[in-house]
Design a protein. Sequence first.
Length: 84
Amino acid sequence: MLSCKEVTRLVSDSMDNSKLTIWQRMQVRLHLLMCSLCSRFRKQAEFLRLAARKHTSANEDSAKGPNLSEDARERIKKVLRSGS
């Protein structure tokens, strides 16, 4: 049976797109069924992974700039030109 340290490493590796052998996957699944701490680690790691993806995609969207209508853009330009 795998130790908790080995399982957490394998769970992390599998989330980084490393392929686990069928034997490793079976051992990890068995361990996760019996170990609530490692199961919690896997859930938390998955949560962090999804949160990081959402954060990254949100930052990419905001880097493109705000989606303003043409009318709003013209009003802003007008105010900036007038200096007030």
